[in-house]
Design a protein. Structure first.
Length: 304
């Protein structure tokens, strides 16, 4: 699916015709891929890499355009609860146009940073900036979900909450790797600023992007470390709670067994004390009560 935009009054606006300088291909089919390869001379491998979620971020210089692949957060789906994945996106920058290839239909041009667009290089850099902001928003959601799961674990010993935390931890690992590969891409853009003919304002924007991406990675790293520590702590707490529960059940079992033994001893079909005593029943019950009381005192003395 093709969406076309243009730069109008320093903003990106939709273009009804196909003559806009910004072309967005959403999950292109084979016919569209063939058109891009033949019409714009895009490298077929690089084009397919733009749609490969496992592809690393990279920057390549072609004879008539710049090819850039970077990582973005994948749209959250209910089919994979609490699992946040990443996608790849390709941007091919020509002198008079930019072609973006992406898997999912997402709003790429949202945010106040798109209110001042001058060149196609601005579009390229701010697309990366949007990806970083998207990562930060997802990290906040992951942190909120982690806090909610932590509260549930405090009141219930269920494996599914630990599994939910494990899934969030897995998502953070994906995000850390994606943000780290974007860091290498941004650094390469910085090193090739002169080759890309970046203006001073664009270089300053690239510096801001580098700072934001570093902070985003640190945030993901902190959340990942905290979540891993919480998982270890909660697993230990649940194991300790289980031990305490088993200990309590064993004590209750022993307390029941002691009077049971007393009553059973006087129930044998042999000659036993008090068998002809008129108050034998109450004497035996008293002995059973004394045995329970004695065990309870012994338990308190041992501080079990």
């Amino acid at each position: 699916m093709l969406k076309t935009y243009k730069i109008f009054e320093n903003k990106i606006v939709p273009e009804s015709s196909n003559g806009g300088s910004i072309k967005i291909y959403v999950n292109p089919d084979e016919a569209e891929k063939k058109f891009l390869v033949e019409e714009y001379k895009l490298d077929e491998h690089t084009l397919n890499s733009s749609l490969d979620a496992d592809e690393l971020s990279r920057l390549e210089f072609e004879p008539d355009h710049l090819a850039m692949i970077y990582k973005i957060p994948k749209n959250y789906t209910a089919s994979e609860p609490l699992l946040f994945r990443v996608n790849s996106m390709g941007a091919f920058v020509f002198k008079d146009k930019i072609i973006v290839v992406v898997n999912d239909d997402i709003n790429l041009f949202h945010g106040k940073h798109f209110n001042k667009i001058v060149t196609l290089n601005d579009v390229m850099l701010k697309l990366i900036f949007t990806s970083i902001i998207h990562f930060i928003d997802h990290l906040r959601v992951i942190n909120m979900l982690s806090d909610e799961i932590e509260r549930k674990i405090s009141t219930a010993m269920e494996n599914r909450y630990l599994l939910n935390q494990f899934t969030l931890g897995k998502s953070l690992v994906y995000y850390q790797n994606a943000i780290n590969t974007n860091t290498a891409l941004i650094e390469k853009l910085k090193l090739n600023a002169s080759k890309l003919n970046l203006t001073m304002e664009e270089i300053e924007l690239l510096d801001d992007i580098m700072i934001e991406n570093t902070q985003c990675y640190k945030q993901a790293e902190i959340y990942s470390n905290i979540l891993a520590s919480l998982m270890d702590a909660k697993a230990s707490i649940i194991s300790n709670n289980l031990n305490v529960l088993m200990k309590t059940l064993n004590i209750i079992t022993v307390m029941i067994m002691v009077p049971t033994f007393v009553v059973s001893a006087f129930s044998m079909n042999v000659g036993i004390p008090f068998q002809d005593h008129p108050q034998a029943f109450f004497i035996i019950m008293s002995l059973a009560l004394v045995s329970v009381t004695g065990f309870f005192i012994f338990w308190k003395w041992k501080k079990w």
